[in-house]
Design a protein around this ligand. Structure first.
Ligand SMILES: [Ca+2]
Length: 223
């Protein structure tokens, strides 16, 4: 009975596996679907694809291939409908060899016929791993490629249908640098309205299960 209940509970927890969980790339084993690309600005047209190297230390690296803008291109897990992540963030760690001299678009989102770019007023990276976090909401760092602020409705339209997500691999003037990338995390702050957080769900489920088991034990003890 107890074992059966345990199996049922485990099944419940697994079936509640949420669609809004964080998406994480730690590059422990491989490049996790990430590739290098180059694109010409300001059109941000997707250019040729390049392999990235996987470092045994558990990160990937991309050597600047040409005089266009270089980016890491996110795999499918970071594309599609990302509305669950509105108000959340994308964070990652990176460094450049040699020291960065160029502070271009850090993050590019393409979707719904729009290209959104995020720029940081200060270069977030150096020659050893440093973390940057970009909030997925239309703040002053975001703009529409070619100029102009992003409205909330424009931002949400792109987030609802992300075709491309690119993280900068261009940190140096000239075709010189190699940029390393690690610990990419797409993070949601809030579950959909009316739905408990997965952690809460697990606790609620376990609490209910624990209560049921306790009741069963008590009933058995009495008999
Ligand atoms: Ca890693």
């Amino acid at each position: 009975m107890t074992m059966r209940l345990g199996i049922v509970l485990a099944g419940l927890v697994i079936s509640l596996s949420p669609a809004w969980a964080d998406v994480i790339s730690t590059f422990d084993a491989d490049a996790d679907g990430w590739v290098g690309i180059s694109a010409d600005l300001p059109s941000y047209t997707l250019g040729p694809e390049f392999a990235v190297s996987h470092n045994a230390g558990g990160y990937i690296a991309f050597a600047d291939p040409n005089s266009s803008e270089a980016f890491f291109r996110a795999p499918a897990a970071y594309r599609g409908n990302l509305l669950h992540y509105r108000g959340g963030s994308l964070s990652w760690r990176a460094f450049s060899d040699p020291e960065p001299t160029y502070n271009g678009p850090l993050l590019v989102l393409k979707g719904a016929g729009q290209t959104l770019i995020y720029r940081s007023p200060v270069q977030p990276f150096g020659t050893s791993f440093a973390t940057t976090t970009v909030t997925l909401a239309p703040n002053s760092g975001w703009s529409i490629a070619g100029g102009g602020a992003v409205s909330l409705s424009q931002f949400q339209a792109v987030l609802a249908s992300v075709d491309e997500m690119w993280l900068t691999a261009e940190l140096y003037y000239g075709v010189t640098e190699t940029v390393a990338l690690d610990d990419v995390t797409l993070h949601s702050v809030l579950p959909p309205v009316g739905v408990p957080e997965p952690a809460e769900l697990s606790i609620l489920t376990l609490a209910a299960g624990g209560g049921a088991m306790l009741g069963w034990h008590r009933r058995n003890k009495r008999s």
